[in-house]
Design a protein around this ligand. Sequence first.
Ligand code: CTP
Ligand code: ZN
Length: 408
Amino acid sequence: MSERQLLVSKIENGIVIDHIPAGKAFLVLRLLKIDPKARALIAQNVDSKSLGSKDFIKIEGSYLTSKEIDLIALVAPSATLNIIEDWGVKEKRRVQLPELIEGIFKCPNPLCPTNEEYTPSRTKFRVEADGPVETIKLRCTYCRSMLYYGSILEYVNSGDFTLEGGGLVSMERIEQVFLDVLIKKGALRLPPSANEPFVLKSGRPSPYFINMGALTDGESLAAVKWAFASYVVLLMEQGELEDFDYVFGPSYKGISLATLTCEGLNELYGMDKRYMYDRKEEKEYGDLSADRVIVGAGYFKPGQRILVVDDTITTGETKIESIEKLKLLGEHTVVGFIIAVDRQERLGDVDNVEEWGAVEYLKEELGVKVFSLENITTIFGLIKDSLDDEMKQLWIDYYKKYGTEKLE
Ligand code: CTP
Ligand code: ZN
């Protein structure tokens, strides 16, 4: 095989970023925060009909691209994006310089509302350019400060910018971003000692507690939004989840997840879905079909499809209640449940432990698909080395008694 043939060797599935100006491939990799473990082929200074000489990057694996991929235009405006599936080019397009860049670069003005210590606003820059890339400047929409091209490149080179999915989304990336936020923000809580486990609604003495209520700051919400929306789209791309009309979030914790998911689907992937949630206390007046029990039901049409999102799944009881409540809508399909963390427990309470796992039960008995961003086996694998022996034993014993999986 000639050198040229080797360089252009085809990939089965993945993304090819082609027509990158010669010498800029590594800048593109940094900008996209490509996972260092990703299987990637980087070619520099190869012949190109249109550019004379170019770089390209081929990344193998199951990825989807969010709107953030267009940031590539900041360093490689000529780049083309090729989505490869089953050896063929499924989609090809040019990257396009975005008009607004939000939540990614920091404003250089220390007095800008986006740099406030406790309640910083999300940054928002308008992109201005009047010629080649070097003329690109970003204007802060809050304080009108300018971020010039040299500073943009500095941020990109140093990695000092926020880009949840890096424009390229994979399951590994979603797990990683979500677990990082759970730990960093204290949403994954451990008891003060092995003798003081958390008592769950089921009465079970748990070695940990997932408190999505800790994820209330802007930074967490952005990560949750990105992770949920990306997971939904990835599952759809992979053909595991069918399309839907509504996202339903069981009250209370599910409500914000449903709104964030809808907003993320729109902002990152251009999809427009509605959300609904249930009232815990039924409203005494008003039209039942409208919002007496389910808020947002006013737009529902018979036969529409619903995706349910929620924080955790322990005994599955709350999920069954949700399914019951949705019956008020009349004819509909639940296309699936997406939950943040699967606790991987069996049904029952503190003394009764049934054969069925909660997820298994929902799948088999109710015929709904259940997907989770994280599960306890993965989380335990990642944190176990930081637990003392007693605490580690508490986890192992708990899962021996109540788990669908054993931990080790
Ligand atoms: N590619 C790949 N694996 C495949 C199919 C295509 O790696 N199974 C790569 C090609 O090597 C090329 C890019 O994806 O770098 C686009 O493929 P294609 O459209 O076939 O190539 P060109 O016609 O050269 O593209 P363009 O017109 O954009 O220059
Ligand atoms: Zn500013």
